[in-house]
Design a protein around this ligand. Structure first.
Ligand code: ADP
Ligand code: MG
Length: 238
């Protein structure tokens, strides 16, 4: 596990500035939701933390290390996308172990870690199945399992539930919550769904057009939104 700190992080696409000097401190083990309307820069910010996108200015610090110039692998971060990024020709176990295999981890260690993650996610009976024979929720759990087996310092989630139907979304929400309670890995969770953010997060960061509008606990934001934008977004009475 590790803390994550952003200091005046900026991002330009050509002449267009999409992230305007964002500073954030995320504590070790904290679950932070990054919310805001479509196009406000959530994915860009997450991809910069992951190292999938270069930063145009500022610093990103994970643990005690400035990671600006480190590759995604060197950052020891796992990213969970909207499920379905599973390999269709591989079994659940192979999907979950794939990144470890790439990293040259010995087979017995892979098997052990995959089993441990599968136990945590109730996937043990499904390890030999192909993704086509799984439900949407099961696929999402495999996608999380693939992230967990690497024992990352930080989890990054980019709207992982947005492909699922409403009922499954509620179920997966509580599974993600339980998982965080069990594993305790520092998590940054991007969503445009305020209910998801309110129920999952220790702290919510509201982003608007590449700037932080407000951050606080779900209750703080609900009770004392800093402005109308936050109030409208969080759905609070102010
Ligand atoms: P969100 O995830 O909050 O919907 P994004 O981070 O995807 O927002 O996008 C933020 C802004 O950056 C948007 O205006 C989007 O059009 C722009 N953008 C994202 N990726 C690129 C890119 N590769 N090239 C140019 N503009 C981009
Ligand atoms: Mg996005």
């Amino acid at each position: 596990m590790a803390s994550v700190e952003l200091k005046q992080v900026r991002k330009f696409y050509g002449a267009l500035e999409v992230i305007h000097g964002v500073s954030l401190s995320i504590e070790d083990g904290e679950f932070v939701a990054l919310v805001g309307p479509s196009g406000c820069g959530k994915s860009t910010l997450l991809r910069m933390i992951a190292g999938l996108e270069e930063i145009s200015g500022g610093d990103i610090i994970i643990g005690n290390t400035v990671v600006n110039d480190l590759t995604p692998r060197e950052r020891n971060i796992a990213m969970v996308f909207q499920s379905y990024a599973l390999y269709p020709h591989m079994t659940v176990a192979e999907n979950m172990g794939f990144n470890l295999r790439l990293a040259g981890t010995p087979k017995p260690v892979i098997a052990e870690r995959v089993n441990e993650a599968a136990r945590m996610l109730d996937l043990l009976p499904l390890l030999d199945r192909k993704p086509a024979h799984l439900s949407g929720g099961q696929r999402q759990r495999v996608a999380m399992g693939r992230a967990i087996v690497r024992n990352p310092a930080v989890f990054l989630f980019d709207e992982p539930l947005s492909n699922l139907d409403a009922k499954l979304r509620v179920q997966m929400r509580s599974e993600i919550k339980q998982l965080h309670q069990k594993v305790g890995t520092t998590s940054v969770y991007v969503t445009h769904d305020q209910i998801e953010a309110m129920t999952l997060a220790d702290r919510i960061v509201v982003l608007n057009q590449g700037r932080v509008e407000q951050e606080g606990t779900p209750m703080e934001l609900y009770r004392k939104p800093a402005n109308l934008f936050v109030a409208a977004f969080i759905g609070s009475p102010a």
